[in-house]
Design a protein. Structure first.
Length: 242
C-alpha cells in the first residue's frame, strides 16, 4: 500500500474513532436517564394505580423524550459519518434560500425572533444539491435563533445573498451575544456544543456540506453584537448551465 493511501486510511480510521467516541458519550446520558426512569416506573407499578397513575405518565413522557433524543443522536451520527452523495445541479440559490426562510419563520416568530432578507436579484447560479444546502441553512438558522434566545429579549436574523469573486455567498447574521473568544476555536469540532440538548453536529455538518459543494463556511463574531456565518460556493460556468 502506498504511503499516501496508508495515511488516508489512518486518517479515516482516526476520524471514525473520534465520531464513535463522541457517539458513545452522547448516548450515555439518555441511556442513564432511561435506566433510572425504568427503575422508578417499576416501583410505581407495584403501588395502587390511582396513587401512581400521574407518576406513571410522567415516567413514560421522560422515556419518550430519551428515545427521541437517541434517535436524533444516531441519525446525526450516521449522516455525518457516511458523508454525502451530492446530486449537484445548477440552481437559483435565492429560491432555495427563500424556501428555508419561509419554513423557519413561524417558529422564529414564536421565539420573538424576526427574519429579514436581502437577496441579490442578479445572483448567478451555483451547482448545488438542494436538499443538503437547505439542511446546512436550517442548521445555521437554528443556531442563530438559539443564540438570540440566550439574551431573552428577542432579536433579528438577517439572511442575505450576493456574488463575490466568482462565488455565490449566503450569509446568516444574528443579533445575539456573539461567540466568546474561548469557544470560537471549537465551534466546528464534532460533538462540541454549549447548548443544552445540542448534538454538537449542526455546525460541523453545515461546514462539511459547504466544503462538499467546493465552497467554505466561515464565521465572524463580535461579543455583545452578534455573529455572522457565511457559506460561499463557486458560480456555475456558462458551459455548465443546462
Amino acid at each position: 500500500m502506498a504511503q499516501s493511501e496508508h495515511r488516508k486510511k489512518h486518517n479515516r480510521m482516526a476520524f471514525v474513532g473520534t465520531l464513535a467516541g463522541g457517539l458513545a458519550h452522547e448516548v450515555r446520558n439518555p441511556l442513564s436517564s432511561m435506566k433510572v426512569n425504568l427503575q422508578l416506573l417499576r416501583d410505581d407499578l407495584t403501588k395502587p394505580v390511582p396513587e401512581s397513575a400521574a407518576r406513571l405518565v410522567r415516567r413514560v413522557d421522560v422515556l419518550e423524550q430519551a428515545v427521541r433524543r437517541l434517535e436524533e443522536i444516531v441519525n446525526d451520527f450516521l449522516n455525518y459519518a457516511r458523508g454525502f452523495d451530492l446530486e449537484r445541479v445548477p440552481c437559483n440559490v435565492n429560491a432555495v434560500v427563500e424556501e428555508v426562510v419561509l419554513f423557519v419563520e413561524p417558529e422564529a416568530k414564536h421565539h420573538k425572533v424576526s427574519l429579514r432578507t436581502a437577496f441579490d436579484r442578479d445572483l448567478p447560479q451555483a451547482a448545488i444539491d438542494k436538499k443538503y444546502l437547505q439542511q446546512a441553512l436550517l442548521n445555521l438558522l437554528l443556531n442563530a435563533r438559539q443564540a438570540i434566545e440566550l439574551g431573552g429579549k428577542g432579536g433579528e436574523i438577517f439572511v442575505t445573498t450576493r456574488a463575490a469573486k466568482g462565488q455565490v455567498v449566503i450569509e446568516v447574521t444574528d443579533t445575539g451575544p456573539g461567540i466568546p473568544a474561548d469557544v470560537l476555536p471549537r465551534i466546528f469540532d464534532v460533538y462540541f456544543s454549549t447548548k443544552k440538548g445540542g448534538t454538537g453536529l449542526g455546525l460541523p455538518m453545515a461546514k462539511r456540506i459547504a466544503e462538499e459543494h467546493g465552497g467554505a463556511l466561515t464565521v465572524h463574531t463580535e461579543e455583545g453584537k452578534g455573529t455572522s456565518f457565511r457559506i460561499s460556493m463557486p458560480v456555475v460556468k456558462r458551459d455548465e448551465v443546462r
